[in-house]
Design a protein around this ligand. Structure first.
Ligand SMILES: C[S@@+](CC[C@H](N)C(=O)[O-])C[C@H]1O[C@@H](n2cnc3c(N)ncnc32)[C@H](O)[C@@H]1O
Length: 340
C-alpha cells in the first residue's frame, strides 16, 4: 500500500517536473518585451530559470544588450551540466553567467566577455546564492516552473523586484496571485490574450498529445493553452479605455443578479454596461482589458448576501457559489466602474 502510494507520488512529481520543462520561443519573448523597452536602460536583468545554452530569454538579452542599454545580464541555470540542447538535470551543481556587454566594441559578444561560473548548489531560485544574485537584479524576466509559480512570485514580491514572467492563466485564480492582481501589484502583459503558444520540450517528452510537432532537427514542440505574461512593469496599452456600447438601463434582463451576491452577471467583457454603478461579475479574461483607471476590482466578500457561504475569496466569485436561480455560472471577477 505504502509502496503504491509512494510510486504514485513519484509519478506525480515526475509529471510535474516534465511540465516544468517548457522552453519559450524567441518570437513570443520579442512580442512581449518590445512593450517595455524604455524600462531596461541602465538595469540589471536576471533570468533565474534559464540554461544560457538553450534559453531564448538569455539569447534575447544577450543580443539586445547594447540596444536596450543594459547594465548587466545574470543568468542561472537549474542543475544543468549537459551541453545537449535540452536539460537532463543530471548534475547537482549548476552554472551561472554574468555579462556586462560588448566591452571591446567589436560588435559581437566574445567568449572572454561572458563570465561562466559554477554555483555551489543546484541553482534553485530559492537557494541563498541565487537570492544574493536576485538582490543585485532590477528586473527578472523568465518562464519559471509552472509547478512553483506561487512560490516564485512570492519571492519576487518579497525582494521587491520588477518582473516579466510567463505563467498559466489559471494562476489568476490562485488566492495569493489574485490578491496581488486586485491590489494592482501585478497585471497581465499585452502580447497574449487568447489562443495557445508553442513551447520547446525535452527530447524524451512524450508526444502523444494534440498539437505536438517535431522539426527537421528533431526538436520537439508542444502547443499550450491559456498562457499569459504576468508583470509589474507598466506599459501604455493598459491605460487605454475599454470602449463600451451596452447599457444596463432598458436591458436589465440580460444582467441577472447572483443568488448569493449583490452583483449583476456579465457573460462577456465587451457587454459590461457603461451605466451600472454597482458590483459586476465578469469573466476572468476581463483582465486582458483591465484598465485600472476605468475599473476597480472589489472584494466579493463585501457584496455577499449570505454569510453562510462557505469559502472566503478576495474578489472572485467561484462557479459553485455564483449561482443564478440555483444554476452555476463560470468563475467571475467582481469589478466596479471607477468613474460613474
Ligand atoms: C517552464 S521552463 C522554462 C525554461 C526557460 N526559462 C525558458 O523559458 O525557455 C522552467 C525551467 O525552470 C527550471 N526549474 C525547475 N525548478 C527550478 C528551481 N527550483 N529553481 C530554478 N529553476 C528551476 C526547469 O528545469 C526549467 O528549465
Amino acid at each position: 500500500m505504502a509502496d503504491s502510494k509512494s510510486k504514485n507520488k513519484n509519478l506525480h512529481q515526475a509529471k510535474a517536473s516534465k511540465k516544468d520543462e517548457f522552453y519559450t520561443q524567441l518570437t513570443d519573448i520579442e512580442k512581449e518585451l518590445k512593450h517595455y523597452r524604455h524600462h531596461f536602460a541602465g538595469k540589471v536583468v536576471y533570468c533565474n530559470c534559464d540554461d544560457p545554452r538553450v534559453s531564448n530569454f538569455f539569447h534575447y538579452f544577450f543580443y539586445n544588450f547594447e540596444k536596450l542599454g543594459l547594465k548587466k545580464l545574470i543568468t542561472t541555470c537549474y542543475k544543468n551540466q549537459n551541453p545537449d540542447l535540452f536539460s537532463n538535470h543530471d548534475s547537482e551543481k549548476a552554472i551561472y553567467l554574468e555579462y556586462e556587454g560588448d566591452k571591446n566594441a567589436n560588435g559581437v559578444p566574445d567568449p572572454a566577455e561572458i563570465g561562466i561560473k559554477h554555483l555551489k548548489g543546484d541553482g534553485d531560485f530559492r537557494s541563498q546564492e541565487c537570492i544574493e544574485l536576485l538582490k543585485q537584479a532590477d528586473i527578472v524576466v523568465t518562464n519559471p516552473p509552472f509547478s512553483l509559480f506561487r512560490e516564485y512570485v512570492a519571492q519576487l514580491i518579497e525582494y521587491d523586484k520588477k518582473f516579466v514572467i510567463i505563467g498559466n492563466q489559471n494562476a489568476i485564480t490562485y488566492k495569493e496571485i489574485f490578491k496581488l492582481i486586485k491590489e494592482n501589484k501585478i497585471w497581465l502583459g499585452p502580447s497574449i490574450h487568447s489562443g495557445d503558444r508553442e513551447f520547446g520540450v525535452p527530447k524524451d517528452y512524450p508526444l502523444n498529445a494534440a498539437g505536438c510537432r517535431v522539426d527537421e532537427n528533431g526538436n520537439k514542440f508542444i502547443r499550450v493553452k491559456g498562457v499569459r505574461w504576468f508583470t509589474n512593469l507598466d506599459y501604455k496599452e493598459r491605460h487605454e479605455e475599454l470602449i463600451l456600447t451596452k447599457t444596463y438601463k432598458g436591458n436589465e434582463k440580460d444582467y441577472p443578479k447572483y443568488d448569493n451576491y449583490n452583483a449583476i452577471n456579465v457573460d462577456k467583457t465587451k457587454d459590461i454596461p457603461m451605466d451600472y454603478d454597482g458590483a459586476m461579475g465578469v469573466p476572468i479574461t476581463f483582465l486582458d482589458k483591465y484598465n485600472p483607471e476605468q475599473f476597480e476590482i472589489i472584494s466579493s466578500n463585501d457584496i455577499r448576501r449570505n454569510e453562510k457561504v462557505p469559502f472566503k475569496e478576495h474578489g472572485l466569485i467561484k462557479d459553485k457559489d455564483g449561482t443564478i436561480n440555483g444554476k452555476a455560472t463560470y468563475a467571475r471577477i467582481v469589478i466596479k466602474h471607477k468613474k460613474i
